[in-house]
Design a protein around this ligand. Structure first.
Ligand SMILES: [Zn+2]
Length: 376
């Protein structure tokens, strides 16, 4: 645990410093190493700020953080997940290479020829993933996919003993090595883990604004674990929170890069926060969608709609556990998710904070009772 936190600090400070605190928060959350089941470094960033803005903070038995703000009114759960795509070390080969068990949904083509960081007992260990060399690959291989089973991590060791001396062993977590950077002053931020560290940032910023501005609810801000391996944290936390309304804040998937695919995704980077009308894990509550459209319209926040197959999110757990609840999945558009480097846009982040704050202020007892009324 201590080494993970030390690694987070070490990786977190490795990056440009900005005058703007939101850019620094996004940098630190993106750089923090925290694959599913190993979220300590992210929790170390989230907890102090959540605690400062909460009336009460506790943990469930799996590691999610539950911070309550307000003591009466509807129980609203606002969820963002702390974990990112990564892996764990599986096996050390006789010549000192390492194989990985991937955590979360990786494309095989995203794994070869990348830099990684292993969080070992003695701190971070840098690694490079193997790739077939063009000079050795036959003509038939050059256009082919390199399957994950053919990818090994190279930490510079020549023997299992040298691997052990680095303080790493099977079961240790691995994350992409991909430092935060703003792309050429455009307000587009490149980095790893925007799914769902951008949601974590929105959760913190909205929580802090609402502490200052007030709201009519008991809001449970929940930073969950293990989303990428099957929404496991949300399932455990929802059973404790028992929400009347659930709002997931996620990284969305843009369809605007490398040729448009409008039947796959319609949201665009920089065009405002998004709302999922469908994904393969959940359908949103129709009245809640309508309310969010109204709230966004009244606040002049541009709102994008999307439907994505092959995507799951924590709202699916909030809407079915503990008797069920109206839910929605709100997304900050992200390009290139589930790979080493994704891109988000700063205006989309700010718009999402504004939208979440405006929505949470609107969810008074009468509004929530209406959303939960299924009387024909
Ligand atoms: Zn996610």
């Amino acid at each position: 645990m201590k080494t993970l936190i030390a690694a987070a600090l070490l990786l977190g400070v490795a990056g440009p410093a900005y005058a703007d605190p939101t850019a620094n928060l996004l940098r630190d959350l993106s750089n923090a190493p925290g694959p599913s089941g190993f979220e300590e470094a992210v929790r170390a960033i989230m907890v102090p700020r959540m605690k400062a803005a909460a009336d009460d903070l506790r943990y469930d038995g799996l590691g999610s953080v539950i911070a309550r703000q307000g003591s009466s009114g509807p129980r609203v759960m606002v969820d963002a997940h702390m974990d990112e795509l990564g892996g764990v070390l599986r096996r050390v080969t006789p010549d000192g290479f390492l194989s990985m068990q991937m955590l979360g949904g990786w494309l095989d083509q995203a794994l070869a020829g990348q830099r990684w960081v292993i969080i070992g007992a003695k701190g971070p260990v840098h690694a490079v993933s193997s790739i077939r060399d063009i000079h050795l690959a036959g003509a038939d291989e050059r256009g082919q996919l390199i399957k994950r089973d053919a990818v090994f991590l190279d930490v510079g060791a020549r023997t299992p003993a040298e691997v052990a001396a680095l303080g790493i062993a099977p079961g240790d977590p691995v994350v992409p090595d991909s430092g935060f950077a703003e792309l050429n002053g455009t307000g587009n931020y490149a980095g790893k883990a925007w799914d769902d560290r951008v949601g974590c940032a929105v959760l913190l910023l909205a929580m802090e604004r609402l502490k200052a501005e007030g709201h009519p609810n008991q809001i449970f801000f929940v930073a969950t674990v293990q989303e990428e391996i099957g929404l496991r944290g949300a399932r455990a936390a929802t059973a404790l929170v028992h929400p009347d309304i659930g709002i997931a804040i996620e990284g969305g998937v843009t369809g605007d890069a490398g040729g448009a695919h409008p039947e796959e995704s319609q949201i665009r980077l920089g065009a405002g926060p998004g709302l999922f009308l469908y994904d393969s894990s959940a359908l949103p509550n129709r009245k809640l969608v309508s309310l969010i459209r109204k709230v966004a319209g009244a606040a002049a926040i541009p709102l994008q709609m999307d439907l994505v197959q092959g995507y799951g999110d924590d709202s699916a757990e909030m809407q079915t556990i503990a008797g069920g609840a109206p839910t929605v999945n709100l997304v900050v558009p992200a390009r290139y998710t589930h790979v080493h480097t994704g891109v988000i846009n700063r205006h989309d982040v700010d718009g999402m904070v504004d939208l979440v704050v405006a929505l949470l202020k609107r969810l008074d007892a009468k509004t929530v009772a209406d959303l939960r009324d299924f009387t024909p």
